[in-house]
Design a protein around this ligand. Structure first.
Ligand code: C2E
Ligand code: CA
Ligand code: CA
Ligand code: CA
Length: 278
């Protein structure tokens, strides 16, 4: 009985109470954001070794009444509460709307757009219907859409993952393994997944010149991707040194502040980016 009393007391801890209230407030605000259209997509260019823009990653932003909110501040709670599912649907619809615009523009029509998919969203039993339904109703070319999955999404239920990936791949979509190297994945399943791209996490890219182990990891991952016929892309490329190292070791695509920060979709520029001028 004593132990129980203790637990009850803990419930009224004012710090916890405040945290709980802040979370409830944020959850409320997110519902409202969705209903009132306060989300926006920003785009960050993905370039080849010559600096040519071949595509972009769509990154969600929340234009809240109090200013721009980073996804790092609301995606975790959205995942916990399940709100990530309708938010994820919005992202896919907004991405398809963009692709539709791009299809009319000869300068943009060839670009690929990558969107992030969270575990809860991917695990929905109707995920495939949702995404293909959107693509078909908007008449978007599925080959322009790439889905970024993290290792935790993939490993969470590997059989379901492979099944869903195969169906979507058959429909023309492609997949990128996001944040590669940060999870607990074994290399053995990598070959089993119908992956087209492997994204080297920015934590490894950051350490290229300061941490010899990181440089070796990056080199090894690029080599492995190339051997498996999977396209390699590095994220978080910020310096000429990092870019040169990655390029010299066979990395195919690059994304990071060195080439361009995420910008509102309407400001997105194509062509060849010259990092020297940034
Ligand atoms: P992520 O998928 O790993 O996205 C890359 C993050 O690194 C982005 O942060 C991007 O702005 C940032 N970044 C890009 N280049 C550089 C660089 O050179 N240096 C540094 N330091 N950072 C760079 P952002 O936009 O704040 O997004 C954070 C995370 O939020 C994303 O990480 C992703 O996990 C999640 N996220 C963003 N948009 C969505 C979405 O639509 N759906 C879901 N489920 N998650 C999203
Ligand atoms: Ca990503
Ligand atoms: Ca990433
Ligand atoms: Ca990341």
């Amino acid at each position: 009985a004593k132990a129980k009393g203790r637990n009850t007391l803990r419930f009224f801890d004012p710090v916890m109470q405040a945290t709980l209230q802040a979370r409830l407030q944020l959850e409320n605000d997110l519902h409202k954001a969705l209903a009132e259209g306060q989300f926006k997509l920003h785009l960050q260019p993905q370039v080849n070794a010559a600096g040519e823009v071949l595509g972009a990653e769509a990154l969600i932003r929340w234009l809240s009444p109090n200013g721009l909110v980073s996804p790092l501040q609301f995606i975790p709670l959205a995942e916990e509460t399940g709100l990530i599912v309708p938010i994820g649907c919005w992202v896919i619809e907004a991405a398809c709307d963009l692709l539709l615009e791009w299809a009319q523009d000869p300068r943009m029509a060839h670009l690929q757009l990558a969107v992030n998919v969270s575990a809860k969203q991917f695990r929905q039993h109707d995920f495939i219907e949702q995404i293909l339904g959107t693509i078909i109703s908007k008449q978007v070319n599925p080959e322009r859409l790439k889905l970024e999955l993290t290792e935790s999404v993939v490993l969470d239920d590997i059989e379901d993952t492979i099944n869903k990936m195969n169906v979507l791949k058959e429909a023309g979509l492609s997949f990128s393994m996001d944040d590669f190297g940060t999870g607990y994945s074994s290399l053995s399943y990598l070959a089993e997944l119908p992956l087209q791209q492997l994204k080297i996490d920015q934590s490894f890219v950051r350490g290229i010149s300061s941490n010899p182990i990181n440089a070796i990891i990056v080199q090894t991952v690029i080599g492995m991707a190339n051997n498996l016929d999977i396209e390699s892309i590095a994220e978080g490329v910020e310096t000429e040194t990092q870019f040169q190292f990655l390029k010299a070791h066979g990395c195919k695509l690059f994304q990071g502040y060195y080439f361009g920060r995420p910008v509102p979709a309407e400001n997105f520029q194509v062509g060849t980016l010259h990092p020297i001028t940034f």
